[in-house]
Ligand binder design. Structure first.
Ligand code: ADP
Ligand code: TRP
Length: 325
């Protein structure tokens, strides 16, 4: 039986990029056969977080988001990374296998340094902890966006180095790319919290309409025939509409003329589609926000199940390298 695992940084409310690029795939996979582990990477978040209250709230927010969007805790183990401290022990064992050069090549580290962010040691060793997360649960598949593929490759390298030295202790995982590797934001660049171009999954009503109104368009009039491939709104509509309806809108935009929809129409359709797609999730989110004990219980039960597995891996690794037994 295959094991699937992924980690999610607790960095605020999810946007459409997070949903289509990661969360949707996680939830869909968790409905398939196999074992499924999804955790909130709060140890990783500490490489940049300096606000305890905010971190606590964001961990809760992301747990609620997953549950509201349909993750069934009976099918997938949902837990907080720091509830399984064994991963930090495994991370040490892996750190002793990882050449400096490997970590110096990590894109996430290099990017952050180049953007002038202070590089603490935690940030530098981020891929080692991530490798420990992946290897602790004997993962076969790690569903991630394209930005995380290099980290999964590094986990493979570290597992391989350990296994070569001490025998087959760690299962060597593979990444699994999401089907929407790059959802565009309001300005056409990759949707990202750091670019301020997001549409939030749980936004609705006037707030949503105001956000969608900001999707970049041009000044061509509705009558002018247009290639839908060059219209950003279609990249977003494609995420929601079924093929028949999408083809119909595309055909009308391509034809132009007096009955062609303008950008305003397309925006209205996009708003309605977002509202409808996440209607049930928005309601469930409000319920969960009002019932913190329910969320705490899910995370506590998840941690218990995850820990059993991580402890077994830790014990196996300690024995293999001579620290026990
Ligand atoms: P952000 O860029 O907003 O800070 P994160 O880096 O926290 O988002 O991403 C969390 C998850 O969502 C990752 O798995 C990432 O690959 C995915 N993701 C983020 N933005 C997008 C996007 N625009 N398109 C597809 N996937 C995305
Ligand atoms: N680094 C991942 C991100 O920023 C989060 C993460 C931490 C993760 N540990 C992981 C993802 C293990 C997959 C597997 O999105």
């Amino acid at each position: 039986m295959a094991t699937y695992l992924s980690g999610i940084q607790p960095s605020g409310l999810p946007h459409l990029g997070n949903y289509f690029g990661a969360i949707e795939q996680h939830i869909a996979l968790s409905r398939t056969a196999g074992e499924h582990f999804y955790f909130i990477a709060d140890y990783h978040a500490l490489t940049s977080s300096r606000d305890a209250k905010q971190l606590r709230e964001q961990v809760r927010e992301i747990a609620i988001s997953y549950l509201a969007l349909g993750l069934d805790p009976a099918r997938a183990v949902l837990f907080r990374q720091s509830d399984v401290p064994e991963v930090t022990e495994i991370a040490w064992l892996l750190a002793c296998m990882a050449p400096m050069g490997l970590l110096e090549r990590a894109v996430s580290y290099r990017d952050k340094v180049e953007r002038g962010l202070s590089a603490n040691v935690g940030l530098f060793t981020y891929p080692v902890l991530m490798a420990a997360d992946i290897l602790a649960y004997d993962s076969d598949f790690v569903p991630v966006g394209s930005d995380q593929v290099q980290h999964v490759e590094m986990a493979r390298d570290m597992a391989g180095a350990f296994n070569t030295a001490f025998g087959e202790v760690f299962r060597v995982p593979q990444h699994k790319m999401s089907s929407y590797p790059k959802v565009p934001g309001l300005d056409g660049a990759k949707m990202s919290k750091s670019y301020g171009n997001t549409i939030w999954v749980f936004e609705s009503g006037k707030a949503l309409a105001k956000t969608v109104a900001r999707v970049k368009t041009d000044s061509r009039p509705p009558e002018e025939p247009k290639d839908p491939a060059g219209v950003l709104l279609f990249d977003l509509l494609r995420l929601f509409l079924d093929a028949t309806e999408l083809a119909d809108w595309e055909q009308r935009v391509r034809a132009g003329g007096s009955s062609a929809p303008g950008y305003g129409h397309l925006k209205q359709r996009l708003c309605a589609a977002i509202e409808q797609r996440f209607e049930a999730a928005r309601a469930l989110r409000l319920e969960l926000l009002a019932d913190p004990a329910r969320v705490d219980l899910v995370l506590a039960q998840g941690a218990k199940r995850a820990r059993v597995k991580a402890q077994a891996t830790r014990d196996r690794a300690l024995a293999a390298c001579g620290l026990r037994g």
